[in-house]
Design a protein around this ligand. Structure first.
Ligand code: EPU
Length: 320
């Protein structure tokens, strides 16, 4: 009989769950506990229990922008996957943190609400998309987000790379509303992880629009993405942020002659050089070694130090 701290919760909790099953890279070692709560109450309760049990905690969206290292991890990972409510009223849509972003884009289109279609083709959850102000050439989350319901972990976390791993939290978390301005959204940035906030839902304000026009726009963006990005490969999207000025990371990596560079099963995509794809049985170690090669080569060649856009989840201090 299970005696783990979550045994009585209305949440599926597994032990030694391989993160490779939950990341778009398809890599990542087992975590001690993996919880999939059914609603926000169970979500907060699972967190509370994790704190009481002294476990380091990480919050998982769809795993599409993270690289989890290969070794076993002592964490409790709480997935937002089942926080999947979607409501609309007037010109606003409120989406729970676990809503799959493409589902939100599709719903807005059906309801004749415009403004989210620039996010077409971006995988991931609403929570993750808000936390990193996801977007692309045609728009970002920040353009339509009016605010979010959050819970605060009273964290001493001050380092961005500590991300959602928060220790010494208050045992109780009360959800409250924050306006977009308070989230400090910038290029692929928000204060969410640093401030120890967990997003429970997000509200977007949209314009009236004809579903057919929204569909056309969405399909155009998707076609462009399929033509220029390895959409069907195992990857975490763009690995590096674009440098603040000048050429994009993809261009720099391409010009450094790195397309097709490989370590084990990890390959720099031939289609878009800012993507590393898990070609076949890659490990996180392969991907990290390839990242190091890319950073070094671009630095040597252009004097520009690329910064990671993806989040690395590891216990290894050096990689944080
Ligand atoms: N380029 C190359 N070689 C390549 C890739 C790109 O020369 O292998 C050149 C392109 O020809 C273009 C320039 O680099 O002149 C920029 O490329 P692209 O238009 O593909 O845009 P990007 O800056 O590389 C950004 C986002 C993407 C988003 C696209 C489209 C970042 C880091 N990347 O890519 O976001 O999908 O715009 O909107 O901001 C992601 O965040 O995971 C992501 C993929």
């Amino acid at each position: 009989m299970s005696t783990h701290p979550f045994a009585d919760l209305s949440a599926a909790v597994r032990e030694n769950e391989p993160m490779a099953r939950h990341t778009s890279f398809g890599v990542g070692g087992p975590v001690r506990f993996f919880a999939e709560p059914r609603d926000s109450e169970a979500f907060l309760l699972a967190h509370q229990r994790g704190v009481a049990a002294g476990l380091p905690i990480r919050i998982l969206g769809r795993g599409s922008n993270i690289l989890v290292t290969d070794e076993p991890h002592p964490w409790l990972v709480i997935s937002t996957r089942h926080l999947s409510g979607l409501r609309h009223s007037g010109s606003c849509i409120e989406a729970d943190a676990g809503v799959y972003l493409p589902r939100l884009v599709a719903a807005a289109e059906n309801w004749g609400m415009g403004g989210l279609e620039p996010l077409a083709g971006i995988p991931g959850s609403v929570g993750g998309a808000v936390a990193m102000n996801a977007g692309g050439r045609y728009g970002r989350v920040a353009n339509t987000l009016v605010g979010a319901m959050v819970a605060r972990f009273d964290s001493s976390a001050s380092d961005l790379n500590q991300q959602s791993e928060i220790r010494n939290q208050k045992s109780e978390m009360v959800p409250y509303w924050v306006d977009t301005a308070e989230l400090g959204l910038d290029y692929r940035y928000s204060i969410v992880p640093k401030a120890g906030l967990v997003l429970l839902s997000a509200t977007f304000q949209l314009d009236k629009a004809a579903p057919r026009q929204l569909a056309e726009r969405r399909l155009g963006i998707l076609a462009e993405k399929h033509a220029t990005q390895p959409m069907d490969a195992l990857s975490a999207g763009c690995v590096f942020k674009n440098p603040p000025t000048g050429k994009s990371a993809g261009w720099l990596i391409d010009q450094a002659g790195l397309k097709g560079a490989r370590v084990g099963g990890a390959v720099v995509s031939h289609k878009h050089a800012n993507f590393i794809v898990n070609g076949r049985n890659a490990t996180a170690r392969d991907i990290l070694q390839l990242i190091d090669i890319v950073v070094k080569r671009v630095l040597d060649r252009f004097g520009i130090e690329l910064e990671l856009e993806i989040e690395v989840w590891t216990n290894n201090e050096e990689r944080r």
